[in-house]
Design a protein around this ligand. Structure first.
Ligand code: MG
Ligand code: MG
Length: 255
């Protein structure tokens, strides 16, 4: 399938979907604390989606049972919301995908729970920073490889593990469109980025290994050495000066 190019009206719809995702993250940040369970976070997302007339991108996707993914500590992605209660010192990656007016917004953020170690805090800061470096590289005229190169260069210099088996993706009327957006690569390779392309960019960095395995629940992906993993993601539109972040607060419900 070819990479879809969105017109201005379609990108405006993606901004609206992205604003719902951003509002859910704003509420997550205010809610996450020791004692809260991941199913409570799932309900918060479900209720907020309903409030704004959106639906979950994830619920039912290949049978996924949650409205969000909630991945704690060594869990990298695709954690299933459940009865597990957060503890002080945990980190939790919340991945939110919402559909509004036929378009998807997709954004993940990793939050500290209570007091976390300095190493964990640095992992969160640096993974977030790698996302912003990647977004800056998501500009018209660059090659796709520039995005992954930006992540890899920064993460390698910091001694982090880079999750290479999973990555970002084109996004629009479908959650997963062409192209795959790796978190590593060479800047001169890959398709030419152009205005109207919309991508979910999502670095995943660890304090240890780059190797992953999937738990018996068939969803939750963890680091094989138990090291902490962080995941930050925005949906962006390729622009002349870098990616325009579509999953940021910009007046929910206002079109
Ligand atoms: Mg996501
Ligand atoms: Mg994604």
């Amino acid at each position: 399938m070819a990479i879809t190019i969105k017109n201005a009206d379609e990108i405006a719809k993606m901004r609206a979907a992205g604003a719902v995702v951003a509002e859910i993250h704003r509420r997550m940040k205010a809610t996450i604390k020791p004692g809260v369970t991941t199913i409570e976070l799932d309900r918060l997302a479900e209720d907020t989606m309903k409030e704004f007339g959106a639906t979950s991108s994830f619920l039912g996707y290949h049978g996924f049972p949650g409205h969000i993914c909630a991945s704690i500590n060594d869990e990298i992605v695709h954690g299933i919301p459940g009865k597990r209660a957060l503890k002080s010192g945990d980190i939790i990656a919340v991945d939110v995908g919402a559909i509004l007016h036929g378009f998807h917004g997709d954004s993940a953020w990793t939050y500290p729970v209570g007091d976390i170690s300095e190493k964990a805090a640095q992992l969160l800061r640096d993974t977030e920073h790698s996302l912003y470096l990647a977004i800056a590289a998501a500009k018209a005229g660059n090659r796709l490889g520039a995005i992954g190169h930006a992540v890899e260069q920064f993460a390698s210099a910091g001694g982090y593990g880079i999750i290479r088996e999973y990555g970002g993706h084109g996004i629009g009327r479908s959650m997963h469109e062409e192209p795959h957006v790796p978190n590593h690569g060479e800047a001169q390779f890959g398709v030419l980025l152009r205005a109207g392309m919309t991508l979910a960019i999502e670095p995943m960095l660890t304090l240890g290994t780059e190797r992953t395995r999937t738990l018996k629940d068939k969803w939750t992906v963890v680091t094989t050495d138990g090291s902490l993993s962080a995941h930050f993601e925005h949906t962006v539109a390729i622009g002349p000066d870098g990616g325009e972040i579509l999953t940021k607060p910009q007046g929910v419900g206002v079109e």
